[in-house]
Design a protein around this ligand. Structure first.
Ligand code: AMP
Length: 114
């Protein structure tokens, strides 16, 4: 089932897009939890982490991490470090069922997460 992120991919609703390629899109989270909070998503509809399989998805995930590294450098958070997060399902706190990787940085993160 399509989510609000499909509308962002199709440019039907606005988003602060910071990176786009043939396969992925990255935009600023509307409710940022850190000075840098970007969502990196595949353009194809994969609901969540448990729907990932096979080599094709492995390449896609590699692209998503490449984009995160590129954006972290651009936003000057690469040296201090950052956090990449996938929330999966109810206990993981997932709200939008279109796969997305959170790139969080610009402050010291706590552990364990809440
Ligand atoms: P999750 O809880 O992992 O599913 O994260 C979903 C994230 O999407 C949350 O951090 C929301 O703030 C964010 N979000 C929801 N709608 C939008 C939107 N239209 N533009 C940007 N970020 C959004």
């Amino acid at each position: 089932m399509s989510t609000i992120f499909s509308k962002i991919i199709n440019k039907e609703i606005p988003a602060d897009i910071v990176y786009e390629s043939e396969n992925i899109l990255a935009f600023r989270d509307i409710n940022p939890q850190a000075p840098v909070h970007i969502l990196i998503i595949p353009k194809i509809e994969i609901p969540k982490v448990t729907n990932i399989y096979g080599k094709e998805h492995a390449v896609l995930l590699g692209e998503m991490i490449d984009a995160a590294n590129k954006l972290a450098k651009e936003m000057n958070i690469a040296d201090d470090g950052f956090r990449l997060v996938f929330n999966c399902g109810n206990h993981g706190g997932q709200e939008v069922y279109h796969l997305h990787m959170h790139l969080l940085g610009g402050r010291k993160m706590k552990w364990p997460p809440g």
